[in-house]
Design a protein around this ligand. Structure first.
Ligand code: MRU
Length: 342
């Protein structure tokens, strides 16, 4: 399964706001529209928005290709900083844009820059799929036999270049016959678990049960869950990490019940420049996403709410970190520092 395609100077995104009811591919030729697609979550998930932004830089380069080199570079700088502002928490966005920027500002040859940018975007895309597959292989080894696995939000093929991070681990473990059931939290307010994780797993014939977000404790207490594995939007150098709102509560519940708790992420999701999770910017989204349920207002008019899209889980609640370079255990800061990075 894939959610991002690029051909003939056009970016195609599988509209994740319409899933699972409709599978609609939207076509983009202007970077401004791609920025909007990231902000409105037509495409979402940390690695997926990084890949999408890289292709958006290619689109911008075509938009400005007929300008002089100086004007081209200044328009491209503006495009990159616009794209970088589309969503603030997932570091893959700035990581991918940084890679594109490096090429742009030190081109081997100015006339070849369009080709070089496209090659780099394709490399970012392909490398992500390969990292997910490696993560799947490493992660499957830590999945207990006959496991009930809880996951949150969607860290699957839809959230990445393909295969998925947490769902990549689940896919690989399922192939080895280790998975008895995947429990997918519905993930309020936008239901990425109920809509997207359930959709992906059902398509792959992996058994999935959708839970409301408030069921996790009871399911753990009932002995249904042997492992939690979920994604990551930004990890600090000490292993603190931001992921979809609700992750922190699950980490505490897992620790209380003695259940192994893992996050799975490619090295592109680690922000080596920040020491701990207090430095992660948490995206605050429109409160109407909470006050309404798919277009129907469910609260009294005028009531207050808040809508942080992510929370930060401290590293000491993690059993391990599943990366494309292996599974890391404490002390996380030392093992994270030893990872090779691009
Ligand atoms: O708001 P979203 O849907 O972009 O949030 C996605 C998540 O929190 C994922 O768990 C995370 O990006 C990892 S995806 C491999």
């Amino acid at each position: 399964m894939e959610a991002i395609r690029f051909s003939n100077q056009t970016l195609y995104l599988l509209d994740q706001t319409a899933l699972p009811q409709e599978e609609v591919w939207r076509a983009y030729t202007r970077y401004q529209d791609v920025k909007n697609a990231i902000s409105t979550m037509v495409v979402r998930g940390a690695p997926a928005i990084g890949i999408t932004a890289a292709y958006a830089v290619v689109l911008a380069a075509h938009q400005y290709a007929s300008d002089t080199w100086e004007l081209f570079v200044s328009q491209m700088s503006q495009a990159i900083s616009d794209l970088n502002a589309a969503r603030p928490t997932a570091v893959n966005l700035s990581w991918a844009l940084e890679r594109m920027k490096r090429l742009l500002f030190s081109p081997k040859e100015e006339t070849l820059v369009l080709d070089a940018l496209l090659e780099e975007a394709i490399a970012i895309h392909n490398e992500d799929i390969q990292m997910n597959q490696r993560m799947g292989a490493f992660g499957a080894d830590v999945v207990p036999e006959n496991a009930g696995i809880l996951t949150h939000c969607n860290a699957g093929a839809l959230a990445t270049g393909g295969y998925g991070t947490a769902l990549g681990v689940i896919r690989a473990a399922h192939k080895q016959g280790r998975v008895s059931m995947v429990y997918a939290d519905e993930t309020r307010p936008l239901l990425q678990g109920a809509r997207l994780t359930a959709y992906e797993l059902q398509k792959d014939n992996i058994p999935v049960t959708v839970l409301t977000d408030n069921m996790a404790g009871a399911m753990m207490a009932a002995g249904k869950i042997q492992m939690v594995v979920l994604g990551c939007d930004r990890m600090a150098a000490n292993g603190d990490f931001a992921n979809k709102i609700g992750t922190y509560s699950l980490a505490i519940l897992a620790q209380y019940h003695g259940i192994p708790f893992y996050t799975a992420l490619p090295v592109s999701t680690i922000d080596f420049s920040i020491e701990d999770g207090s430095q992660i910017i948490i995206e605050e989204r429109d409160g109407n996403e909470v006050l309404n349920f798919f277009g129907v207002q469910t609260t009294p008019v005028g009531v207050l709410t808040c809508n942080p899209a992510f929370d930060v889980t401290p590293h000491h609640l993690l059993t391990g970190i599943i990366t494309d370079q292996g599974v890391l255990y404490p002390p996380f800061d030392r093992h994270i520092a030893a990872l090779s990075r691009r």
